[in-house]
Design a protein. Structure first.
Length: 757
């Protein structure tokens, strides 16, 4: 605690607003009073990035609206260094797998049950993609953080209405209706936003399974299956805010958020009979399976926030966040087997979580410095239930079907934002965090308790050379960690349904269980980059980073003697596998088109006459702008032999291109973007590999503004109709098993009408 007192040094925050006053040469009449209007203009996205002492990318409101995206997944998919799985899911920074990227809402942890599609784009003011962990944002960010800044009721009395319709291949149909009201109902500082959406579509996928005997490599055996499904979703998203200014230089606000969606998927899977030998029981016994899967998902969150300006240099911010989510899924399937028998399977999954987070931070500012000290205390209760019935009989695992989790997390931190001169800036921080997890499985396993604690320093140095104000250098050193999840620590197994509990299973149908001895991953990172803004609204950036990760967590399958069976079973559980090294290269460029000719050596153009500027007045209202980014990743896990011992799910490289055009004196604006991801095969175990197919995404948009209040937006996605493929290979003593799944791409188009009044 004594270390944190160091950060209570006198300092300040530089202002970033541009004030517009009276014109030069104006002399007021001494006998009259003149009205003076002062307007604050927020820095644009590139300026916010440049002024920040932490390395980050800012995606503002204009960029979020540009393509008329129906989800934040689509917005993030276009950003440099961000990967979103083709099937959807939370974003992943720097090519790392799920769990390495921290998701924040207004600077606070979003929680385990949160998914990125729980907040609609029309409810978001901006996105901050923070590439290095800081003491204030949290140390559970090995790859970085995505901070979702929600909209506030600033445009008093304004209403925004949007109506969208979507159509696509394979009977894709969808609608969206959104309304945002700022001010009026509950006061000038209030805001409410509601979105109703629905979607219906057909999907097809083809799966092939091939076994190649070790004794006869020229005679592979196997089977193929094809699945056709129809999916329907209906959802509601609500977010609001009410604020009050209190008498003692303080304010109080309430910010609720609710997201709920229900869905129904009906599918038919047809499987060909297995051809040839099947020594390890790979073959599916079902020739045809009809299934109906229904789910309900709801998440709620409310933030009570109090801000107190103790005096001009000292501010206290305290928040209390309550959150809850519930996920229910019921699977009902009817299968026709190879022996002409019928099997009915029922599965019920129910997950509930309740959380309470108390956070407080004290900021002291003076001149060019700012110091922050704070603490967080969070309590989370979680219940997971999984029950399966086969032909009306409950499938007993022998150790219960329910897991209760009680987790307590607390953290204290200090951060110093030090700006000694216009050329140098320093961001230093120290954070200590402790997590205690208590597990209780019902009814037959004893309770388990786990505790981990970490101390994470962070340091960022920024240099802006005086001889070239358009250039800056960044250097960061940081520590981060990835804690083990409750399910990964639990001794409650999930048994394979292909084999009876007291019979030997195969590595291909292993039981799944946690590891009570699993350690958190530890990561040290070093980042270096330079950024140059030769003209307004331009950016040239190049960076390299290195990370060393210790106690890497990876699931592996081994033969074990277990408590739930009288014979040894193949068990898949997370294990710590030693160290991994990770190196990355990140390049980015964006500017109006007339400057690219000079950068690419095609001529001097207008760029030779331009002067560097940081002024917000440099925004261009018309013209053509190009943007490009390239990221390349190398990683190596020491405990596995190469050449494919990469970190899981990490692509080899990513290329993203795009342009936006706004012809002068035209009401039309249009643009397009392309993203190509080069996949890489990686080892999951010494004798097992996984590889996803390369991914190509092409999309375009057109925006026509009838006037300042009405706009019509057309978006076309998946123009390349690129199929999604995944492959896996596992080698046994008897031979090798190869599985491939392919799902074709789908062309989509959406039309959206927007009205502001």
């Amino acid at each position: 605690m004594g270390v944190l007192l160091i950060f209570l040094v006198v300092g300040g925050v530089p202002g970033l607003a541009c004030a517009q006053g009276m014109a030069e040469g104006f002399e007021p009449d001494a006998n009259s009073l003149q009205d003076v209007e002062v307007r604050a203009q927020r820095p644009n996205d590139l300026q916010q990035r440049r002024f920040s002492n932490a390395s980050k990318t800012v995606v503002g409101r204009e960029e979020i609206q540009k393509y008329g995206d129906s989800s934040l997944e689509d917005v993030l998919r276009r950003q440099p260094g961000v990967t979103v799985p083709s099937g959807g899911g939370n974003p992943r920074l720097r090519g790392m797998a799920e769990g390495y990227t921290q998701i924040l809402i207004d600077g606070q942890p979003a929680g385990r049950g949160f998914t990125i599609d729980s907040i609609q784009p029309e409810q978001v003011e901006r996105l901050e993609i923070i590439r290095v962990p800081t003491a204030e944002t949290g140390a559970q960010a090995v790859a970085g953080s995505v901070n979702i800044i929600t909209r506030e009721g600033q445009a008093r009395g304004r209403k925004d209405l949007s109506l969208g319709l979507s159509l696509g291949e394979r009977d894709l149909k969808g609608f969206r209706l959104g309304l945002t009201q700022q001010g009026a109902w509950l006061g000038d500082e209030s805001m409410i936003s509601a979105t109703v959406f629905g979607r219906s579509q057909d999907s097809e996928s083809r799966q092939s399974l091939q076994f190649t005997p070790a004794a006869n490599l020229s005679t592979p055996f196997g089977q193929t299956s094809q699945t056709h499904s129809q999916q329907e979703r209906l959802g509601l998203s609500l977010r609001g805010q009410v604020s009050w200014n209190l008498q003692n230089q303080s304010s109080f606000s309430v910010r609720p958020m609710v997201f709920a969606v229900k869905g129904d998927t009906q599918s038919l899977r047809q499987t060909e009979a297995w051809q040839g030998a099947d020594p390890l029981s790979f073959a599916s016994p079902d020739l045809q399976e009809d299934s109906d899967q229904r789910f309900r998902y709801a998440v709620g969150r409310v933030l009570l926030l109090h801000k107190w300006n103790i005096h001009s240099q000292l501010k206290l911010e305290t928040g209390l966040t309550g959150s809850a989510f519930e996920f229910k899924r019921d699977d009902n399937s009817f299968a026709q087997t190879l022996l002409q028998t019928q099997t009915t399977r029922l599965a019920h999954t129910n997950t509930q979580e309740r959380g309470l987070l108390l956070s407080s931070k004290l900021k002291r500012a003076f001149n060019e410095d700012e110091q922050t000290v704070g603490f967080e205390l969070e309590q989370t209760l979680r219940n997971e239930e999984d029950r399966r019935l086969v032909d009306g009989v409950l499938y007993q695992t022998g150790v219960g079907n329910e897991l209760d989790t009680d987790q307590t997390r607390w953290a204290v931190y200090g951060q110093w934002d030090f700006n000694p001169s216009p050329q140098w800036a320093l961001l230093a921080g120290l954070r200590h965090e402790s997590i205690r997890t208590h597990l209780n499985t019902l009814p037959n396993l004893a309770a388990q308790s786990h505790k981990s604690q970490q101390t994470s320093p962070s340091l960022s140095l920024v240099h802006r050379p005086s001889q070239d104000p358009s250039l800056l250098y960044r250097l960061s050193l940081s520590h981060a960690y990835k804690p083990a999840r409750a399910r990964e620590l639990s001794s409650l197994p999930s048994l394979s349904t292909r084999f009876n509990p007291n019979d030997a299973n195969s590595p291909d149908a292993a039981d799944s269980v946690g590891n009570p001895d699993l350690k958190p991953e530890q990561s040290w990172g070093l980042d270096f980059s330079f950024e140059k803004s030769p003209v307004a609204n331009s950016l040239l950036s190049a960076g390299v980073f290195w990370k060393q990760i210790k106690d890497v967590q990876r699931r592996q399958t081994q033969l074990e003697s277990v408590s739930w069976s009288s014979v040894p079973r193949w068990v898949n559980r997370p294990r710590n596998l030693g160290e991994a090294d990770f190196i990355g290269l990140e390049l980015e460029a964006r500017a109006p088109a007339r400057y690219w000719t000079q950068w690419l050596g095609l001529g001097q153009g207008a760029a030779s006459q331009a002067k560097p500027t940081d002024s917000a007045a440099g925004r261009t209202s018309s013209g053509l702008e190009f943007r490009a980014s390239f990221s390349h990743y190398w990683s190596k896990l020491e405990s596995l032999d190469g050449p494919d011992n990469r970190l899981p799910g990490q692509p080899a490289w990513e290329l993203k291109l795009g342009f936006d055009a706004r012809p002068a004196k035209s009401k039309l604006r249009y643009g397009a973007s392309l993203a190509y991801t080069k996949a890489a095969r990686y080892q999951t175990e010494p004798q097992a590999w996984v590889e996803a197919d390369d991914d190509l995404s092409v999309e375009a948009y057109g925006l026509y503004s009838f006037d300042r209040h009405q706009r019509l937006r057309l978006t076309v996605q998946d123009i390349a109709r690129w199929s999604s493929e995944a492959e896996s290979l596992r080698v046994f003593n008897e031979g090798s098993r190869f599985e491939a799944t392919r799902q074709p791409g789908r062309l989509r188009a959406s039309l959206r009408y927007e009205l502001s009044f």
